[in-house]
Design a protein around this ligand. Structure first.
Ligand SMILES: [Zn+2]
Length: 485
């Protein structure tokens, strides 16, 4: 499971997965059974549908740059070996992201699906659950019996979709269903700031899905918002309909969904305030906290999580009371060697590359040192429950900011990230959340306002600044001339 930002300078190697999650057998159950993630839904299938679920292998790591051939072959090889050596199977369930890119395979999820199909043969039903940021490809769809995509962004329904997929696969294995799927990929990209499924324009797309789901014989219907930071041919939105036996009905439904969205494509363009505008507005707000979404440093989109752009803006404007995380293992080590209570001068942030601001000099007091582990039992984006930030320190600067310095990269998707460190985020004036949609479940309950900010970085909202060499042409909104239907 990987979301690959092909513009990121940080390659995703075997070590990246090994440091995050390479789980086999019961390790998967221990890690995920009480979460809300895809794997939880697969595990629940045993009790829900009266089958034996055998956990084989799961590899997952943070969104970052292209997956090395070495990592792809070792991980996929181990997965296929387990499938072959422990089989045969009545059905197979895959937990993928759908926007993985390896050095050799730009459609890495499609390649995995093809290898699984080859390993288990054409008679075995294969189900694949995908993140809503999947760039759906015909290769993925052709090689699985059914694909089911999350239907919420922030992604709060991963385990529910996984159970839905598992049910279709179980019933297919029992001979009760004959799923056929149709994929439509109109040439349209939805901007990252327009992707919340509870708000327009996506809310209407989800209502369209509900319409299709209510049609006779439809087993599943999905919209993938796509992942624009993967420079691949299939980048963009995808619409999938699954029918019990009738391809023409599935095809009509997928086309209807795609066409409805295509007609409204102008609504899917995105704009946001500049850092200066957003900071001034946040500082002037009588109600607090105001949460600023650092769109260019969206950890869930593959950015380094160490952008200092908004911190620098706060300093320039003399704003106090800002809270944010910074991925900075070097600064953490410096703080730890100084010890709790020490006051020190150091440079923080922007050490991964030159795209996310510059390191900033701060004078601060080390308030706390933590192992960086925290837990959230409520549904968080993607469904994880346990988070590991590595060694973490809280630094309070002499100009009134609270910096959470981490040595591993964890998205700002849970308020427990702050509460577990004794921080009360509701008392801050400004909170910087390094995400776009994913921090909403954490911060919406306490935020006076949430503002999208057009910050620079590998997940910047203005896609025209990226140099693509593999995407389709024409593709809206890059080319207004794009046509569909
Ligand atoms: Zn996603």
């Amino acid at each position: 499971m990987h979301e690959t930002n092909t513009f990121s300078a940080t390659p995703t190697d075997y070590q990246s997965f090994a440091q995050t999650e390479l789980l086999a057998g019961e390790e998967i159950v221990a890690r995920y059974s009480d979460s809300h993630a895809t794997m939880a839904g697969f595990i629940q299938a045993a009790g829900l549908f009266g089958v034996t679920v055998v956990p084989l292998y799961f590899a997952n790591t943070n969104p970052a740059g292209i997956i090395t051939d070495d990592a792809f072959e070792r991980i996929t090889g181990r997965m296929i070996d387990a499938l072959v050596s422990q089989g045969p199977w009545d059905g197979v369930l895959l937990a993928q992201h759908g926007a993985a890119v390896s050095e050799r395979y730009r459609d890495a999820d499609g390649e995995i699906a093809a290898r699984v199909r080859e390993a288990v043969g054409h008679e075995t039903p294969v189900g694949m659950v995908l993140d809503m940021h999947a760039n759906l490809s015909q290769q993925m769809i052709d090689n699985v019996t059914v694909a089911v995509v999350y239907r919420t962004n922030p992604h709060l329904d991963a385990s529910i979709r996984a159970a839905e997929c598992a049910e279709i696969i179980v019933r297919t294995a029992r001979g009760e269903l004959r799923p056929v799927q149709a994929l439509e990929t109109p040439p349209v990209v939805i901007n990252i700031v327009k992707q919340a499924t509870a708000a327009e324009p996506m809310a209407s797309v989800i209502r369209d899905l509900d319409d299709v789901l209510a049609r006779p014989g439809i087993l599943s219907a999905s919209v993938a918002e796509g992942y624009p930071y993967a420079d691949v041919d299939e980048m963009g939105m995808g619409f999938l309909a699954v029918h019990d036996g009738d391809m023409s009905v599935a095809r009509d439904a997928a086309r209807w969904l795609a066409d409805r969205t295509w007609r409204r494509r102008e609504d899917f363009r995105g704009v946001a305030l500049t850092p200066e505008q957003a900071m001034a507005r946040a500082a002037a707000s009588p109600a607090k906290p105001v949460v600023l979404m650092d769109v260019g440093d969206n950890i869930g989109g593959g950015s380094p999580g160490d952008s200092t752009v908004l911190l620098a803006t706060a300093k320039e404007q003399g704003v106090r009371g800002l809270l944010q995380t910074l991925f900075d293992p070097e600064a953490v080590a410096t703080c730890i060697s100084a010890g709790v209570g020490s006051v020190l001068d150091l440079w923080v942030g922007a050490k991964t590359d030159k795209l996310h601001g510059a390191p900033i000099p701060v004078r601060g007091c080390v308030r706390l040192i933590s192992d960086g582990r925290f837990e959230d039992a409520t549904p968080t984006h993607g469904g994880s429950r346990v988070f590991e930030s590595g060694k973490t320190t809280v630094l309070e600067t002499d100009d009134g900011h609270t910096l959470v310095l981490t040595s591993r990269l964890v998205g700002n998707t849970s308020v427990e990230q702050m509460r577990s460190l004794g921080i009360r985020p509701e008392l801050m004036q400004v909170i910087v959340a390094k995400g776009v949609i994913s921090p909403r479940p954490a911060y919406e309950p306490i935020a006076a306002e949430m503002i999208m900010v057009d910050t620079p970085g590998v997940t910047a909202l203005n896609l025209h600044q990226f140099e693509y060499s593999h995407r389709r042409h024409p593709l809206y909104p890059f080319e207004e001339s794009a046509a569909y239907g």
